[in-house]
Design a protein around this ligand. Structure first.
Ligand code: ZN
Length: 160
């Protein structure tokens, strides 16, 4: 089921999400809805607070071999390097910003059944991991951007 995506200005986007403690049907339905919502909106990632649920749950699909990535209670445990580039957000439609992120990120998270795993992403995946995990702490990319990007200097168009 596609859910409504909250937009910048909604107070929910500024709150700290709580860890997910139960790995049950309620979580699986949330994950399904979040994936549906992300794909419908042509996004590369979505965090639960963006659909009004203050839980530490993220979905990402940057169109690479990883396919759909489901992260429950994700934490960044290592970062490497730096990348500067264009970033957008489904909660901030029609705008993009220039944001510096790590080039490579390793995240420890739980899967839909509560099992711990690690995932390492580079480039766009590293950017998406940082962007979505920021949402769980009430941070939106506009807080971190160096400057707004206007159409004449656009690069990639991914939104998350
Ligand atoms: Zn976002």
């Amino acid at each position: 089921m596609v859910r409504n995506i909250l937009k910048l200005g909604d107070e929910t986007l500024r709150k700290i999400s709580k860890p997910m403690a139960k790995f049950d049907l309620r979580l699986w339905l949330l994950l399904r809805d979040m994936a549906d919502t992300m794909y419908k909106a042509d996004g590369v990632g979505l965090a639960a607070p963006q659909v009004g649920i203050l839980r530490r749950v993220v979905v990402i699909d940057v169109g690479d071999d990883h396919g759909l990535i489901e992260l429950v209670n994700p934490e960044i445990i290592a970062t490497e390097g730096e990348q500067a580039g264009s970033e957008g957000c489904l909660s901030v439609p029609g705008r993009r910003g220039y944001v510096v992120r790590p080039q490579k990120v390793t995240v420890r998270a739980q899967d839909r059944k509560g099992k711990f795993f690690e995932i390492t992403g580079e480039d766009l995946l590293a950017r998406a991991l940082c962007h979505e995990i920021d949402h769980l702490d009430g941070i939106v990319y506009v807080d971190k951007m160096d400057h707004e990007i206007f159409d004449d200097e656009e690069e990639n168009r991914e939104e998350s």
